[in-house]
Ligand binder design. Structure first.
Ligand SMILES: [Mg+2]
Length: 152
């Protein structure tokens, strides 16, 4: 069974909607990551993922850390991202979580090389070997419902 991977920033976490997110990141402030609003209906998202996980799908997060950052900021951002996931989706137990250097090839870190990825970054989608979905074009909840229907 496939693993369904999610990017965070711009895919499920509205980092770019946080006021002054870029200067704050440059100042190595990790709070924009915890302040980000979810970009999916959290109830529906958790419900669909629980069903899919029950049917054998695995769930993963692959998220880049901030560009050109110090080691201490990388640690702070990793913690902020983990905290955000726990608080936003308390019901979900992800099977894989990777918080990696900005620009890392996501297909290199994924355990399931033929998995499905939701990612707003074209560079990631182009290199991905499995199915890559652009969340700006296809609604995440709708797509998860389709995957669920196909697994029935
Ligand atoms: Mg992104």
């Amino acid at each position: 069974m496939y693993t369904i991977y999610f990017d965070m920033d711009g895919t499920i976490a509205d980092l770019y909607g946080v006021a002054d997110w870029l200067p704050r990141l440059r100042a190595e402030d990790a709070t924009p990551y915890t302040d980000a609003a979810p970009m999916v209906d959290t109830t529906e998202f958790q419900l669909l993922l629980a069903i899919l996980q029950n049917r054998g799908y695995k769930l993963g997060i692959i998220s880049w850390l901030a560009k050109d950052s110090s080691n201490s900021y990388k640690k702070a951002v990793t913690k902020a991202k983990r905290d955000w996931l726990t608080e936003t989706f308390p019901e979900i137990m992800f099977d894989e979580m990777h918080f990696v250097q900005y620009g890392t090839r996501k297909d290199y870190v994924a355990k399931d090389k033929n998995g499905i990825i939701f990612d707003d970054d074209e560079r990631v989608r182009e290199k991905w070997r499995g199915k890559a979905i652009n969340p700006n074009i296809e609604d995440i909840i709708e797509k998860l419902r389709l995957i669920k229907e196909m697994s029935e």
